[in-house]
Design a protein around this ligand. Structure first.
Ligand code: C5P
Length: 242
């Protein structure tokens, strides 16, 4: 559970191609948003100098490379992320127990938190069945989160509606991070996401950090959209606290 400010509970997904465009988004949104997520597209295009740019602007970096490899490679990659002092780095829980243990031990003395990716919010139950995973998305997310927790990981990426049951299972130490956030827009598009909810619902169910990309990036007024999500977080958290 979190004592972070609302501003540190939104991670804006910098799903753009260039450093210039990414930094324009940081400059536009940093009054409302404290965490910026660098994913595969931007990292492959621009590399680690962008992590320095974010540090110089005093915003936290969420390095979303969804690392999934053999234990030694996972450990070395997490070690490199820790050296860049990112706040969060994602590792697929499906990397397995040894990789998760080695990743977690790299961050023991660091300010970097490992986030274990459970089941992507773009996956439906049918998609999971197609790749041979047992059970539905909710059961698979629980199984992957439990394995990660037992290996010393305390951060988890899950779908909004999985937060309440994961909180119950893993307790207050778990840091629950959820993408798949969409604005209230009946009949509106969820893009490629399948397990989506509003910011209010995610916070009410116990999410600590919301990852938001297109609902802000593609809004007619991105700053207003960020403010409105921030307001949802503040209202829902104070309701949770009372
Ligand atoms: O645009 P949208 O709000 O759907 O962006 C969600 C972001 O969260 C994307 O950058 C995506 O890579 C990331 N993400 C996700 N599902 C996960 C983990 C990360 O959608 N399980």
């Amino acid at each position: 559970m979190t004592n972070l400010s609302a501003r540190d509970r939104i991670a804006f997904a910098l799903d753009v191609h260039s450093r210039e465009e990414a930094l324009r988004w940081v400059d536009t949104l940093q009054s409302e948003i404290g965490v910026f997520k660098v994913g595969l597209q931007l990292f492959i295009s621009e590399g680690p100098r962008l992590l320095k740019d974010l540090a110089e602007r005093n915003v936290a970096c969420f390095l979303d490379l969804k690392i999934h490899d053999i234990p030694a490679t996972v450990e070395r990659a997490v070690h490199a992320a820790v050296a860049h002092q990112v706040r969060y780095v994602t590792v697929h829980a499906a990397s397995g127990p040894e990789a998760l243990r080695r990743a977690a031990s790299c961050t023991l003395q660091a300010n970097t938190k490992i986030l274990a990716v459970t089941v992507l919010t773009s996956f439906s139950d049918t998609d999971l069945e197609a790749i041979g995973m047992m059970g539905n998305a909710n059961a698979a997310a629980h199984r992957l989160a439990r394995v990660s927790f037992d290996c010393g990981v305390r951060g988890f990426v899950c779908a909004p509606l999985e937060c309440a049951s994961l909180r119950q299972e893993l307790g207050p130490e778990a840091h629950l991070v959820t993408p798949g956030i969409r604005r209230l827009n009946p009949g509106g598009s969820a893009d490629d996401q399948k397990r989506t909810e509003t910011a209010t619902t995610a916070i009410t169910h116990g999410a600590d950090l919301l990852v938001v990309g297109r609902p802000i990036r593609e809004a007619p007024d991105p700053l207003a959209s960020a403010r409105s999500i921030l307001n949802e977080i503040e209202v829902a958290s104070s309701r949770n606290a009372s």
